[in-house]
Design a protein around this ligand. Structure first.
Ligand code: EPZ
Length: 430
C-alpha cells in the first residue's frame, strides 16, 4: 500500500449562485468505517466491510492495518481485511499524526497481543482531543502504560473485567474500550458511554464476532470471547455527508433528493433544517427530499452528544445562519476551538462575533466570493457551502482537509448542478 506522504494542496474554484436539483446517493460513514475496519484486528479470520467510502482517512487506516501485518484489499467500496498473523504492534507516529483515530488500534492490539505502541495523538486544530479516558479504561483492565519518546507503550498480561464510568462522553473512547474488552470472557460494565450511530454500528459488528453486548441507556455490559469470528458488514450511511448535502440543497434554493440515508440518525439536523424554513419531505427510512426558497430563518444551535445536534454539522449550519433573516446563536459544547471557519467566512462578508463558546451570527443578504483556506475537515465543507451561495467566485484552498472526510463531495455537488472545478496541485498531480 503506497504511503500517503505529501498531502496535495489541490484547491476548488466555485462559481456561486446556482440552484442544486436532482438526486444523490450518500456514501458509507467515515466514522463508522474506521473503527469497524480496525475491529478486524481482533480476529484471525477474514473480514469483509461494505459501503466503505473511498477517502483519505480510510486509505490511512488501510496503510496502518498493513503496517501491522494485516492483508488489505479494497475495491468498489468493499474492503477485505485479514489480520491472520500480525507482525507488529507499533502504530507509527507519521500515521497517527495524519489521523488521530489511529489510537483505535490500541484496544484491539492489547486485546489480541497484550501489547501496543502508539504514537501520542497530538491535538488538532479543533481542540486538545484528549485520550485520558481511553487510557483509564486500559489501566482499569490491568494495562501498564508508559510514555517514551512521544509513544504510548502499553502492555497487559491478562485483561481483567472493567467497571468504569466515563468522565466525558467520548466516541472513540467508547469504541476503544469495547474493542479492548471484546476478548475478555468476564462481565464488564461501561457507564456514560457514547451512543452515536457509528458507535452502535461497531457494537453490531462486535456482536457478529461473538461479543455479548447489552445496551441500556448510556450503560453497556460486555462479555467477550477469546476466539472472535470474522464478519461481513455494511456500514451505515454517513449522516454528516447527508446533512452537508441537505444544507447545500436548502441554501441554494434547490430541490435535492438524498438516497441511502438513515433518517433516524438525522433527527436533530432535520429539526433545525425545518426551523430554518426548509421543506423536508421524508420519503421512507432511506430517502429524504430537501427544498429551499428564500433566506433562512435564524437559529439557536447548541452542539451536544448524540442524539443532540452534532458538532460535525456546526460549521455547515453556521453558513446557513450567515445569510439568515436575523441573529443566530451557535454554541459549540464539544470542542474548545471549533470556530476556525469563522475567520474565513468573515472574509466572504459574514457578520459573526465570538463570545467564548458561542458565535453570534448577524445574517446578511448575500456572501461574496473570496479566496479562503480550509483549517479542518468540517470547516472546509462549510467553505464549499459558502462558495455555492456567494456572489462571484470562491477559491477554497488546502482541500486535503475535505478529502479526509468526504468521498468526492464536489462531484456530488456538480452532479446536482453546482459549478465547482478542482485544480490539481502541480507538485502532486498523479
Ligand atoms: C469522534 O472524535 C469523531 N471522529 C469526530 O469527528 C467527532 O467530532 C467527535 O467524535 C464528537 O462527535 C471519529 O469518530 C473518528 P470524542 P473523538 O472523544 O472520538 C474530550 C469528524 O469531523 N475527550 O467524542 O476524538 C475531547 O477532548 C471528526 O469526522 C476527553 O476529554 O471525539 C472532546 O472535547 C472530527 N478525554 C470531547 O471529549 C478523552 O479521553 C469529545 O471527544 C476523550 C475525549
Amino acid at each position: 500500500m503506497k504511503s500517503i506522504t505529501s498531502l496535495s494542496s489541490d484547491f476548488l474554484v466555485i462559481r456561486g449562485g446556482r440552484r442544486l436539483r436532482g438526486r444523490v446517493k450518500v456514501s458509507g460513514s467515515k466514522n463508522a468505517s474506521l473503527p469497524i475496519l480496525i475491529a478486524s484486528l481482533l480476529t484471525e479470520e477474514p473480514c469483509i466491510v461494505k459501503r466503505v467510502p473511498n477517502l483519505l482517512d480510510v486509505k490511512t487506516t488501510f496503510e496502518l492495518l498493513n503496517t501491522l501485518g494485516a492483508q488489505v484489499h479494497f475495491e468498489e467500496g468493499k474492503a477485505f481485511v485479514h489480520a491472520q498473523a500480525l507482525n507488529s504492534y507499533l502504530a507509527p507516529d507519521h500515521i497517527v499524526r495524519r489521523m488521530r483515530a489511529s489510537i483505535l488500534v490500541a484496544g484491539p492490539l492489547l486485546a489480541r497481543f497484550g501489547r501496543a505502541v502508539v504514537g501520542m495523538p497530538g491535538g488538532c486544530s479543533i481542540g486538545a482531543r484528549l485520550i485520558d479516558q481511553h487510557l483509564k479504561v486500559f489501566e482499569r483492565g490491568g494495562a501498564i502504560i508508559n510514555v517514551k519518546e512521544g509513544y504510548l507503550h502499553m502492555e497487559v498480561q491478562k485483561i481483567k473485567p472493567v467497571e468504569y464510568t466515563f468522565e466525558v462522553i467520548t466516541v472513540t473512547g467508547t469504541e476503544n474500550a469495547l474493542m479492548f474488552l471484546s476478548r475478555c470472557p468476564k462481565r464488564s460494565v461501561l457507564r456514560n458511554v457514547a451512543l452515536e450511530p457509528e458507535v452502535m454500528d461497531l457494537v453490531e459488528v462486535l456482536r457478529k464476532m461473538g461479543v455479548e453486548i447489552e445496551v441500556e441507556g448510556r450503560t453497556m455490559v460486555i462479555r467477550g470471547r477469546e476466539d472472535l469470528a470474522g464478519f461481513e458488514h455494511e456500514v451505515i450511511p454517513d449522516r454528516i455527508e447527508a446533512g452537508t448535502l441537505a444544507v447545500a440543497g436548502f441554501l441554494t434554493g434547490g430541490e435535492v433528493l438524498l438516497e441511502g440515508v438513515r433518517i433516524d440518525h438525522m433527527g436533530a439536523q432535520i429539526e433545525k433544517l425545518k426551523e430554518a424554513g426548509a421543506k423536508v419531505e421524508i420519503l421512507g427510512i432511506d430517502r429524504v427530499k430537501v427544498c429551499g426558497d428564500g433566506r433562512p430563518e435564524p437559529l439557536e444551535i447548541s452542539t451536544a452528544e448524540y442524539p443532540g445536534f452534532p458538532t460535525d454539522m456546526q460549521a455547515q449550519f453556521m453558513v446557513l445562519c450567515t445569510v439568515a433573516k436575523g441573529i443566530s446563536h451557535i454554541t459549540e459544547n464539544i470542542f474548545e476551538n471549533r470556530f476556525q471557519h469563522v475567520n474565513e467566512l468573515q472574509r466572504m462578508g459574514a457578520n459573526i462575533s465570538l463570545r467564548g463558546r458561542t458565535a453570534i451570527v448577524h445574517g446578511v443578504e448575500r456572501l461574496s466570493g473570496a479566496e479562503v483556506f480550509s483549517t479542518d475537515l468540517r470547516a472546509s465543507a462549510s467553505l464549499v457551502l459558502a462558495g455555492l451561495i456567494a456572489e462571484g467566485t470562491t477559491t477554497v484552498r488546502d482541500i486535503y482537509h475535505l478529502d479526509r472526510g468526504y468521498e468526492g463531495l464536489e462531484e456530488k455537488l456538480n452532479q446536482l448542478g453546482a459549478d465547482i472545478e478542482r485544480v490539481k496541485d502541480a507538485n502532486t498531480a498523479g
